[in-house]
Structure formats: C-alpha cells, structure tokens
Design a protein around this ligand. Structure first.
Ligand code: MLT
Length: 405
C-alpha cells in the first residue's frame, strides 16, 4: 500500500489566505447586500501597464507565425529578460550579477517554496515571527520543522525571531545558530524595512556561522527611504551567503500573469558545491520555463515607458498606504509600515485578538484584512491591511473603520 508524505498531515488547517477566503465567502453568501471591501490578501487591482500589454500583444502575434513561434524557453529563461534584470535591478545599483546567476520562474512564491529542495532535511531554519506562511509551511512539507505545539503555536525545530514593536518589527540575530535564515525586506506582513547597515550585520553573521540567507525582496519597488537596500547584494560578502528572490507581482501587477526570478551567485558554496549548479539542475529538471509572452511582458517592465508606468502604479498604491496609515493613526490606532511597503500593520483595539478583530471588521464595517496571528504567534493582537485596493475603496474602508469609534 502506498504511503503519503505524512509531513502534510502535520500542517494545521488550510493555507492562511484560503482560510480567509472561505470565511469571506460564507459571510457574503449570508449577506448578499453588503458591499465588502477587500484589503486582505496582497493582490494588486490596477490593470497591467500599457507597455506590458503592448508587449503581450506583440509576443502573442509572434506565436501565431511559423518563423517567430517559440516552444520551450531556455532553462534559465530568455536572455533578453535576464539581461534587462542584470542591467536594471543590479548594475544600476552598482552590483554585478552574471546572466547565468539569474533563474526566471513563475513567481517568488514558487521559488520560496521550492528552494528547500537543494538543502538537507536536517538543516535548521530561522524565520521572522510573524512571517509569510509559505516559508514555514513548505519546510514542514519537507520534514524540516519537527513537531507542532498547538499551545505555543510553534514548530519544535524552527528558530523564531520575534519582530515586535519593541524591536521596530526587525528581528535580532538569533542566539541559536541556524543553517538557513529567511529574511523578507521590505517586510511582509509588518511593512517594516531595515537599513543597509542593519542588513550588513545579517550578512556578516551568516558568513561567520556558515548559514545561507534566503532574501525575499518581492517588495523592493516600494522602498521610499534612502538608506534601505534594494538588493542584499549591496552588502559586502552577500554573494557568498545569500540567495535573492524577486517578483514581478507587486512591482508590475503580475499576480495573475506570474513571473519572478531567483539569483544564486556562483560564489555561494557549501564546501565545494555551488548552490547555483544545484538550482540549475533542479530548475532544468522540474520546470519548463515561464511562457515566452510573459517573459516579453517582463522585459517591457524595464523599458522607459514600462518603468514610468509601473512607477505610477506604485505611487498610486503608496498613496493608499498613506491614507490607511494616517487615517487609522488619526482615529487612535497604533500603526506601522506603509512607508517602504504596501502593508500597514496595526495593533488591534480593545484587547481583541487578531481573529476577533477580523470578524468584528468583517461584520461591522464589511472590510476584510488579515489577522496578524495567521503569520505567527508574535502577530497575535495585530492586523494587516494592504494598500492594493482602489483609492476609492481604501478611503471608504478607512471611513467605515473610523465610524466604528
Ligand atoms: C500576501 O498577501 O501576503 C501576499 O499576497 C502573498 C503572496 O504574495 O503570495
């Protein structure tokens, strides 16, 4: 008789956003007349930029013609896209990344879940608490997290790095030594950011301990402050200890179009083994490439028009972030984030726990957010709102929350 991967059975409930989706569907079915405003999952709402749409049309037409039709994409992704990335995301910031250190994928969520394939099952992971649930859940699936304690809501073999008001929602270096450190800055869910000097401390720590950092920079386009690094490779030595994950979802609205990439420098080694070679082997074996038309759309993000248009989209969302932050602060809420990230992190009022506040907001204001505790135990008593709604619905949501008193 076949056996299942029993690690899956250890996972509590469903994936956070599926859970929220179910609750909201039940509420709308019971209250069909209510106008729900969704500021829960970090999904974009603006249409793709015109430069991206033009590229999609053009590439689609190419697929209709024998001479320009494309089948499988090259393993690492098309060179036109990897060159645009190397030039705009790295060279422009004084960082040299070779084209064969960039791996195009269908998004940072997949890469952050799949990257564990190249690491030993006994490696110990360290995660921020609260954290994007994919990092922990995928390590549980791989059998790397030990056992779950429902009382502490922690896995026995995971190092949790609390991100609280006291440390400005930025983790301290862990006392227990990890093998793999997950960092996401600007941060999901708290919206916090760290300076280059602070990130350098993590790089130095990883080099000293022989740990690898998996650096999720999906929100880098939202950075507004000068001393916040856009890539971990701005830090000295990072190429010897860090993998960087990037996404087109949040900077160019590709959540439904799917495109991302991972950078693994060739200097990054475990003994003599280059992680770049392992990931190339994995990528070539398990992935057949993001679609040609989508990679052309990604290239268009780096055109002059594309840069201008996507910058306007980010400014639009960041204006929403300001509306939420200032509106809630004015109403007496304790808020953070929303300056270098499209997420606002707020303290729940009146000692409500995160899920109680979720229900209260859904029922009384018909506004959907994300309970902080869904991201980890230190998120309890907090709540996340996203800036990805329309301006009008964001304003309306804040007015409704203010009216709750
Ligand atoms: C979120 O809401 O945290 C994001 O949408 C998650 C993601 O990018 O997958």
């Amino acid at each position: 008789m076949f056996k299942v991967n029993e690690n899956y059975l250890k996972l509590p409930g469903s994936y956070l956003f599926s859970n929220i989706g179910k609750k909201v569907r039940a509420f709308t079915e019971a209250n069909p007349d209510k106008k729900i405003i969704r500021l829960g999952i970090g999904d974009v709402t603006l249409p793709l930029a015109p430069a991206v749409i033009d590229a999609l049309h053009k590439a689609t037409d190419e697929m209709a013609v024998q001479e320009t039709f494309k089948g499988y994409s090259p393993d690492l992704g098309y060179e036109f896209l990897r060159s645009a990335i190397a030039k705009n995301d790295y060279k422009a910031r004084g960082v040299t990344i070779a084209l064969d250190e960039i791996f195009i994928s269908d998004g940072a969520k997949s890469d952050s879940g799949n990257i564990g394939d190249i690491f030993d099952v006994n490696n110990k992971i360290a995660v921020c608490d609260p954290v994007y649930p994919v990092y922990v859940d995928t390590n549980v699936m791989a059998g790397r997290c030990g056992e779950y304690d429902p009382v502490t809501e922690r896995w026995s073999n995971v190092i949790y790095m609390p991100c609280t008001k006291e440390n400005n929602f930025a983790p301290k270096l862990p006392e227990e030594t990890p093998d793999i450190i997950y960092l996401c800055f600007p941060n999901n869910p708290t919206g916090s950011a760290i300076t280059k000097a602070e990130l350098q401390k993590w790089v130095d720590y990883a080099l000293e301990k022989g740990a690898v950092i998996i650096y999720d920079a999906a929100y880098e386009a939202y950075i507004s402050e000068e001393d916040v690094p856009h890539t971990i490779y701005e830090c000295e030595g990072a190429k010897r200890c860090a993998i960087e994950l990037r996404s087109f979802s949040k900077n160019a609205g590709f959540t439904g179009t799917r495109l991302g990439f991972t950078v693994i420098p060739k200097e990054l080694k475990s003994g003599d083994v280059m992680l770049n070679s392992l990931w190339a082997r994995r990528h070539g074996t398990k992935f057949n490439g993001a679609p040609y038309i989508i990679q052309r759309a990604g290239e268009a993000v780096y055109s002059e028009e594309g840069k201008k248009q996507t910058k306007e989209q980010i400014a639009y969302y960041m204006n929403n972030a300001k509306v939420i932050r200032e509106g809630l602060a004015g109403a007496g809420y304790s808020v953070s984030g929303g300056v270098n990230a499209p997420y606002i992190w707020l303290k729940t009022p009146d000692e409500m726990n995160s899920w109680q506040f979720f229900d209260y907001l859904l029922q009384e204001a018909n506004v959907v957010g994300t309970p902080g505790s869904g991201f980890g135990p230190s998120g309890e008593g907090y709540f996340r709102l996203t800036a990805f709604g329309s301006y009008e619905s964001t304003l309306e949501a804040i007015e409704r929350i203010k009216r709750l008193g």
